[in-house]
Design a protein around this ligand. Structure first.
Ligand code: ADP
Length: 266
């Protein structure tokens, strides 16, 4: 039997399909989040990719910022619980999750059973989130995927000292005008995000192993700067951005089992 998790974020929509609660059989991602047709497109794309039909999906759980207004799911669940479930499923040794998404950053500590011990969140300020990177990539006229490439070529990263995204934008422009290379500016931007999230993580005691989830996990510039700030290795995987959707698919399986006693309707 198949369950589906959908994570409707501020900037992206992600889906994961699980077979029998244990095997990931497909994933999809659309660069459009809540309030758009992104969730529906991600849902249709994953059905195409898995060659499944709507009727084949036994249960759907929605998570993410837009979960409450999504009407095609059987239930919804918080992002914190879903990230914890997803990470614990693939990496049971992880005790700290750092999730940096499009509009917030969360630090979640788990116990051995994968239950949340504590968490802290920054959802008040764009600095220290993917939004900061999106704004900066836009003014530098480079794609979000290229940030890590530029950062890796820096020889003297510039320090971005503004604590506000709007002021940081002017700071970046003035650094470029002074002749600082784009590589050193980009590395400084990645370090700025990392230092803000590291400060949040330190307030919540960082316990190894540390795993990074959310879209920003794909940026090696931020990952490396975070590892340096925290003095620990940062794990990540191709599923980092899908952890919320994966956790939702696991929750869907658990709910289905509870409701049906584990008996398939076929
Ligand atoms: P949300 O669930 O809030 O939509 P995600 O966890 O999907 O957020 O992350 C979206 C963020 O991830 C974007 O704001 C963007 O900055 C960042 N991102 C996405 N792809 C990449 C990439 N290849 N490299 C760096 N950052 C990325």
């Amino acid at each position: 039997m198949y369950t589906l998790g959908i994570d409707i974020g501020s900037t992206t929509s992600k889906c994961v399909i699980l077979e029998d609660g244990s095997k990931i059989i497909a994933k999809s991602l659309v660069q459009a989040g809540t309030g758009t047709d992104g969730p529906e497109r991600a849902y249709n794309e994953i059905l195409d990719a898995s060659k499944l039909k709507k009727e084949d999906i036994a249960h759907i759980v929605a998570t993410g910022y837009g979960r409450a207004i999504y009407t095609s799911a059987n239930a919804d669940m918080s992002e914190l619980s879903c990230h914890a479930k997803g990470v614990h499923f693939l990496f049971p040794d992880v005790r700290t999750i750092i999730d940096i998404g499009g509009q917030d950053a969360k630090v979640i500590r788990l116990n051995q059973q994968g239950i949340i011990d504590s968490f802290l969140m920054n959802d008040k300020c764009a600095a220290g989130t993917g939004r900061f990177l999106d704004v900066m990539a836009n003014i530098l006229q480079i794609s979000i995927n290229e940030l890590e490439v530029y950062a890796s070529k820096a020889d003297n990263p510039v320090k971005i000292s503004s604590t506000c995204t709007v002021f940081a934008e002017s700071e970046v422009i003035s650094q470029l005008a002074k002749g600082v290379t784009i590589e050193n500016v980009v590395a400084g931007i990645c370090e700025s995000v990392a230092s803000r999230v590291a400060a949040l993580a330190k307030r919540n005691r960082v316990e190894e192993k540390v795993y990074m989830s959310g879209g920003v996990a794909q940026n090696a510039g931020v990952r490396n700067a975070l590892a340096k700030e925290l003095g620990t290795e940062i794990l990540f995987s191709e599923y980092s951005q899908y952890m919320g959707a994966l956790g939702a698919a696991i929750a869907a399986y658990e709910k289905w089992r509870k409701e049906t006693g584990g008996k398939d309707h076929e």
